[in-house]
Write a protein that binds this ligand. Structure first.
Ligand code: NAP
Length: 282
């Protein structure tokens, strides 16, 4: 079994991005910029935003965070997003999710211009992906493809099973696999006999949000297992959707939690920002 080192790979990518931000600054006379909007005081979101801004700093991206109160109205939130988007030094904009319940996520995200949609969550970018055309791809599935590429794991012709169909992970993941010539099955809460579907996978991606949900009897001998989950076990310790200790005995490659997909998500966000900045030079 080979452990896929997301942490180390993400660090290598940040090193590569640093060279590109230096080159961008030399050409444009300014740093690449990321604008972040965070609404409310969800503690996990605060941590994610801090990690993202710290990573920006490391690679030479200027980040600006706008913190808005949890009880902000839809109109005010939209105005704040629009104001940040209209700043030409902001190459990418992200609105940290989840939003307080009273806000309309779809309407708020629609305020981000497509070229600044560095999370790849817009209907336009997801639509491009669905049509196998180049756009900005959501960071988590993009990071998984990058890990597979760097570990020389070929996707073409493989049976790929994705458990989860969210717009930010499962769905774009399935489309990326399909676009790379895998035979793709997408599972969700209505899937019958999940065990036997998962057991067919050469590449199994778990994006369910349930601690240690994927057990060894759901995994084919020699499968590549990618764990997207960020869950808490019975002791409150961070773990994934995969029962790592038993599944690692059957997998050929496996990502750990923490240190697998998570750091790659942040690295791909930085990569999407740098790419958006570089496009402004053309
Ligand atoms: P989500 O929106 O809650 O989607 C979960 C998916 O799992 C849904 O499609 C759901 O099916 C499916 N599901 C739930 N119970 C199931 C069951 N018993 N059998 C089969 N499928 C089932 O979650 P998400 O945003 O995609 O996130 C998934 C996990 O990844 C979470 O732990 C999240 O924290 C983590 N995550 C990690 C990163 C990272 O960077 N590492 C990034 C994003 C998310 P239905 O559609 O039928 O409800």
């Amino acid at each position: 079994m080979t452990l896929i080192d997301g942490k180390g790979t993400a660090a290598a990518i940040r090193g590569e991005l640093k060279e590109r931000t230096v080159a961008f600054e030399a050409k444009s006379g300014r740093k690449a910029g990321l604008g972040v909007v965070i609404i409310g005081d969800d503690s996990a979101s605060q941590v994610y935003v801090r990690n993202k801004t710290k990573a920006c700093e490391e690679v030479g991206i200027r980040s600006v965070t706008k913190s808005l109160p949890a009880d902000i109205s839809q109109e005010e939130a939209e105005r704040a997003v629009e104001a940040l988007c209209s700043d030409p030094s902001m190459d990418g904009i992200l609105v940290q999710l989840p939003l307080p319940r009273h806000l309309d996520e779809r309407k708020l995200l629609a305020k981000i211009p497509v070229e600044k949609d560095v999370d790849g969550f817009s209907e336009y970018n997801l639509g491009l992906l669905a049509m196998n055309r180049r756009g900005t791809v959501a960071c988590t599935p993009l990071g998984i493809m990058e890990l597979l590429r760097r570990y020389r794991i070929d996707v073409g012709g493989k049976d790929a099973v994705v458990v989860g169909r969210s717009n930010i992970v499962g769905r774009p993941m399935a489309l990326l696999f399909l676009n790379d010539d895998a035979t793709v099955t997408v599972c969700h809460s209505h899937t019958k006999d999940l065990c036997s579907v998962c057991r067919k996978a050469d590449i199994l991606v778990a994006a369910v949000g349930k601690a240690k949900f994927i057990k060894a009897d759901m995994v084919k001998e020699g499968a590549v297992v990618i764990d997207v989950g960020m869950d808490r076990d019975e002791n409150g310790k961070l773990c994934g959707d995969v029962d790592f200790d038993t599944v690692k005995e059957k997998a050929s490659f496996i990502t750990p939690v923490p240190g697998g997909v998570g750091p790659m998500t942040v690295a791909m966000l930085l990569s999407n920002v740098v790419e958006a900045a570089e496009k402004t030079l053309k």
